[in-house]
Design a protein around this ligand. Structure first.
Ligand code: NAP
Ligand code: G3H
Length: 479
């Protein structure tokens, strides 16, 4: 019987695998099934970890140039199937097809950079010139940590997967990869390509199933050496409580502020804020999720934001609209709740607040104050609150009072103000005169507080997936 082309298979120990139990992945645009992935069980997952542990020993000892050659073959297949992957991605997460292609291009560049950077991860050597000792030479190699559990979110299902998988594999680790359910069709497609590229059995494995059902089974396995997770703060915090003795890299949510001072180039700031807030319908960890604007220029900025936002196209991913359906109805309900709470407490709707199923028009609320939930919560939707401030000290306090600390941006033409404010913001990175953003992908990417733990970014990821292993040569001085 011909295989149903909408059913995707997991990859366990070099075999494409299904167990006849399925999770249906819905298309957020049509509300029809986009495909199915296996609903794996504890037995399947335990078997996967065992395979990953065994395979890692040989993979970790393979010459790095050989590992790079195999990973490069996989990359070539991703390039070959880019269009197909973009269509699949678009169907399951409602990302515009052009944006999906661009995500894959970015991922290919990420892989290329990673494979080159891995060659520059030279051992460090130290001479024994302290403690009164000179007859020692220590060589510290970057050795793999072992078995990596990589869990990715729905919003960048290729980029935020390869950015864990490739740095982990090239440094000699094996990987058990669990994509987000919305995003698992393209995730398991990546696994099919790994198999075609002849990545050795057990080195790269992809498992599927609902996180709410298999999450604990995945994270509580004693074989894991590192969990690299990107997703919500709720799940990230749960992982940090429940995981066993493993290293954690957690990239979580955010409430990134854009601080606009009264000397900012307002036209430029407004363009960047609209892009930062509403790209992929606001479903980016680094989206601008609140604007803190100096009261004296707030009317001017608000007018520009309204004009630019109302030019955004709202529709379906196949038409490459700026705003496409958000991932699911709970996201819509959460936005509606936040909007109602703000309006009830005195905010005004500048634009938007229209809904058709899960297609939500880009919405800006003004007169937002700190007693409103929207000032603090992450909607993960095209919803932007504007908070006016009289004193920059208040703006910095509001920015830092958030439970999140991913990124921030500061718009000003005064470098002294920009630097002084940037230094005081308690976040992973501050962009001066640009929207908050993770890229370029080789920049270290990290969040503080509920935004995360550990660092990603190409070089930083290679370091995060390795540990220094020293061999010390001792000798007796003989003259
Ligand atoms: P999510 O609901 O936390 O899901 C993320 C991943 O965790 C998915 O693979 C999910 O699988 C899995 N999961 C769910 N419950 C789990 C459990 N109990 N144990 C282990 N894994 C579990 O997040 P999302 O909705 O996909 O993504 C949106 C969130 O991610 C936002 O908060 C956003 O800010 C954040 N994010 C952060 C970054 C960053 O780099 N800082 C980047 C992107 C997104 P299922 O899909 O099967 O539930
Ligand atoms: O959703 C989180 C992504 O890491 C955002 O990446 O800032 O490059 O769009 P980006």
């Amino acid at each position: 019987m011909e295989k149903n082309k909408n059913q995707y298979q997991a990859l366990i120990n070099g075999e494409l695998y299904e167990n006849k139990q399925w999770v249906t992945v819905m298309n957020p645009t049509t509300n029809q099934p986009a495909g199915q992935v296996p609903a794996l069980t504890k037995t399947d997952i335990d078997k996967t970890y065992q395979a990953a542990k065994t395979a890692q020993i040989v993979w970790g000892q393979m010459p790095i140039l050989k590992r790079i050659e195999l990973l490069n073959n996989w990359k070539q297949l991703i390039i070959r199937d880019k269009k197909n992957m973009a269509d699949i991605m678009s169907s399951e997460i409602a990302k515009g097809v052009k944006a999906a292609v661009s995500e894959i291009d970015r991922s290919v560049e990420y892989i290329e950079y990673t494979l080159q950077e891995a060659l520059r991860l030279h051992p460090q050597s130290y001479t024994g010139d302290s403690w009164g000792v000179i007859n020692k030479l220590g060589v510290f190699e970057h050795v793999p940590k072992g078995v990596i559990l990589a869990i990715s979110p729905f919003n960048y299902p290729v980029n935020l997967s390869v950015s864990k998988i490739f740095p982990a594999l090239v440094t000699g680790n094996s990987v058990v990869f669990k994509p987000a359910t919305q995003g698992s069709l393209v995730g398991l497609y990546l696994a099919k390509l790994a198999n075609e590229a002849k990545i050795p059995p057990g080195v790269f494995n992809a498992v599927s199933g609902k996180g709410s059902e298999i999450g604990d089974i995945l994270i509580e396995n004693p074989i894991i050496n590192v969990i690299s997770f990107t997703g919500s703060a709720d799940v990230g915090n749960r992982i940090s409580k429940k995981s066993l003795k493993t290293d954690l890299i957690l990239e979580l949510g955010g409430k990134d502020p854009a601080i606009v001072l009264d000397d900012a180039d307002l036209e430029d700031a407004a363009t960047k804020i609209v892009k930062g807030a509403f790209s992929y319908s606001g479903q980016r960890c680094t989206a601008i999720k609140r604007v803190l604007v100096a009261r004296g220029i707030s009317d001017k900025l608000i007018t520009l934001l309204k004009t630019k936002t109302e030019k955004l196209t709202v529709g379906i991913p196949n038409d490459n609209c700026d705003i496409t359906p958000v991932i699911d109805m709970p996201t819509v309900e959460n936005s509606k709740k936040l909007i109602k709470d703000a309006l009830d407490k005195g905010a005004s709707c500048l634009t938007g607040n229209q809904f058709k199923g899960n297609l939500m028009s880009p919405t800006i609320l003004t007169n937002v104050t700190i007693n409103m939930d929207l000032a603090w919560e992450e909607p993960f939707a095209p919803l932007l609150p504007i908070i006016a401030f009289d004193d920059i000290k208040d703006a910095i306090k509001i920015a830092n009072d958030s439970k999140y600390g991913l990124q921030a941006s500061v718009f000003t033409t005064n470098i002294n103000s920009a630097m002084s404010i940037a230094k005081q913001l308690d976040v992973g990175s501050v962009n001066i005169n640009d929207q908050s953003q993770r890229g370029p992908d080789h920049f270290p990417f990290t969040g503080v507080k509920d935004s995360g733990l550990g660092v990603q970014g190409i070089h930083a990821s290679l370091i995060s997936f390795t540990r220094p292993k020293g061999i010390v040569v001792n000798w007796k001085t003989k003259i």
